[in-house]
Design a protein around this ligand. Structure first.
Ligand SMILES: Cc1cc2nc3c(=O)[nH]c(=O)nc-3n(C[C@H](O)[C@H](O)[C@H](O)COP(=O)(O)OP(=O)(O)OC[C@H]3O[C@@H](n4cnc5c(N)ncnc54)[C@H](O)[C@@H]3O)c2cc1C
Length: 382
């Protein structure tokens, strides 16, 4: 067993963290306040190769493995202190671009992957609907065949990058009665007649990541845009689950924990009360120690799932175990970190206020914590 990273992996992570600190961090407060999307910043992230790190080189990515990706994106979130922008990056890559890579045909991969991997195009996944969240097999958006086109009707809710995505991987059903076995994946391009953004959503956290409701009204999608087989759309998302839960959202949670711990330690050493740094108080030290233990435990679980992926093992069960842990722990972690800052932690001048709001998404997105525990218990109680 080897718990170490290679010197190349560590050097790359340091480069990514430095980039994120220098390029992303300076504007995060403003973007959080306004909710604006900075296309120039996105282009810089693309130029760094971060929009398609794990995508094979032949399709414009770097072919990074899961462990390297997890380490690099953790560093991105830590350095930027911008989980929102990272959510947009992750949704683009892990739940749109990777499913196209894993399930698309050669023509689709050649057409879409280079532009997605470079960041020239922005991707999104349209799975959740107003009345179908955890019960994703119950989606109501329909697709029926008419000649060389599928006609899509329905709406999608809470879609990350929805307002500006060039490519949306949309799940629709060809037969509602079949539930999961009717679900089919379609690539829908921006500008396709019948596809529109009905409203941009205002959020508590992750405000630097635009979210929208999307509508499909007799939207004509060419048959060649079906990803994988008709009725097998779920495979496109489930096969990417280790990437989503073991890498994408894990990297965000770990990066946030690392940033909050670093900030809390620094603050505890410099804030003086009762004539001494608050770091001297045992109850503050207890919080710092708990944070470090949680961070290391979360890291072990996430890297185990990523390592399994790289070793050719399944890893989905382990990715759910990891998410069940890091998602809920992140919320408690943020609460403890904010407490170290006292009243200043409640003010917008410190990043902890933003990360506290951002942390609350983790037990909801990418399969709620309840759903992760259902997956874990179902594996044990077959
Ligand atoms: C900021 C943000 C970004 C998102 N981005 C995307 C995106 O890009 N693409 C996309 O498709 N979706 C996206 N989502 C949707 C996200 O995946 C869903 O919110 C999530 O799956 C939960 O669905 P829901 O919100 O409908 O909650 P519900 O499924 O209605 O759940 C409500 C509550 O009931 C619980 N519950 C539900 N079923 C069970 C059960 N069987 N047993 C026990 N408890 C249960 C849940 O755990 C939860 O606590 C995003 C959501 C947010 C908030």
């Amino acid at each position: 067993m080897d718990f170490g990273f290679t010197p190349e992996q560590e050097a790359f992570a340091r480069t990514v963290e430095k980039f994120a600190r220098e390029e992303v961090l300076p504007s995060v407060e403003r973007r959080d306040e306004t909710g604006e999307w900075d296309m120039e910043l996105w282009k810089k992230i693309g130029d760094m190769g971060l929009c398609g790190l794990p995508i094979p080189e032949e399709y414009g990515g770097s072919g990074a493995d899961a462990v390297t990706s997890l380490l690099a994106y953790e560093a991105f979130t830590k350095g930027s202190k911008d989980p929102g922008l990272y959510l947009s990056l992750g949704a683009h890559l892990f739940i749109c671009t990777i499913p196209i890579w894993l399930h698309g045909n050669e023509a689709q991969k050649k057409k879409y992957l280079p532009k997605l991997a470079s960041g020239e195009w922005i991707g999104a996944l349209g799975l959740t609907e107003p009345n179908a969240g955890s019960d994703a097999a119950g989606i109501q958006t329909t697709a029926h065949l008419e000649g060389d086109y599928y006609i899509l009707n329905g709406s999608k809710m809470f879609i990350t990058n929805g307002p500006m995505a060039d490519v949306v991987l949309v799940m629709a059903t060809v037969d509602k009665s079949k539930r999961a076995d009717g679900v089919t994946a379609f690539i829908v391009e921006k500008g396709t007649p019948g596809f529109s953004v009905s409203r941009k959503l205002n959020k508590m956290g992750h405000r630097t990541s635009p979210t929208a409701e999307l509508v499909f009204e007799d939207c004509k999608v060419p048959v060649e845009n079906v990803v994988g087989e008709v009725g097998k759309g779920f495979h496109a998302t489930t096969d990417a689950l280790v990437w989503e839960r073991g890498v994408f959202l894990a990297a965000e949670s770990l990066g946030m924990m690392a940033a909050m711990l670093e900030d809390a330690v620094e603050y505890a050493k410099t804030r003086t009360q009762f004539g001494q740094p608050i770091a001297k108080f045992q109850m503050i030290r207890d919080k710092i120690a708990r944070m470090k233990v949680t961070y290391d435990a979360a890291r072990m679980l996430a890297f185990r799932a990523a390592w399994m992926k790289d070793s050719g093992k399944d890893g989905k069960f382990e990715a759910s175990i990891a998410k069940a842990f890091y998602a809920d722990e992140l919320v408690k972690f943020a609460d403890d970190a904010l407490q170290v800052f006292g009243g200043y932690g409640y003010m917008k001048e410190y990043p902890i206020e933003r990360m506290y709001r951002d942390a609350r998404l983790m037990p909801i997105g990418g399969g709620t914590s309840e759903v992760q525990r259902l997956v874990v218990s179902s594996n044990l109680l077959r």
